[in-house]
Write a new protein. Sequence first.
Length: 221
Amino acid sequence: MKMIAIVGESKSGKTRLIRRLIPELRKRGSSTAVLKHCGHGFDLDVQGKDSWRVMNAGAEGVGIIGPDRVAIFRKTKNRSSFASLAARYFGDADFVIVEGGYGVQGLKKIEVLPKGKATKTRSERKDLIAVVSPSKVDVECPVFRPGQISEIADVFSAEPGEDEMPVSLEVDGRPVPLNAFVQRTFQNVIGALVESLRGVAAGPRRITVSVTRSKPRRREP
């Protein structure tokens, strides 16, 4: 999996670019998922619907299952990272495109500049891998016109980035960073246990484990 952000001001053309990139990447045999960053919060549930009613009654989460899609609404106390969400829900995608996320450190970005406005980028130089602009821009990375979809898609394929996020861990909803040694240990130990189970094919690509621990009993005085 590779994760790249498309960033830009409101109405700069981010969503339009993503909508045109997805079929281009799909034509090349790559699957794509999208994570949209909403800095001011959001509410996709509709007031008055059953799911809205039970959430407002105090449920911690609501799931909606249809014939061809699933939606999950969850309350969270901690902000989940893009990496942990992508690994949990979109681990089988070749590319995860993040719409927005200027301030996310270490996330590779393609910045879209609006027509007739800014000619300077806001992204940090070390994270910026390309710019999409109808005007000339003085930057060290490649600059593309909005219509150069094939060339922009080439950036996705060529960018090494983080091809794999092999192991992610959340404890009580909080992402926990893991160093390379711990990730390898998780992979080896959990992989060996799972492959030893009856009915599991050799070399499973993706393993998802959720563990809920029982509350410790109070000791009698």
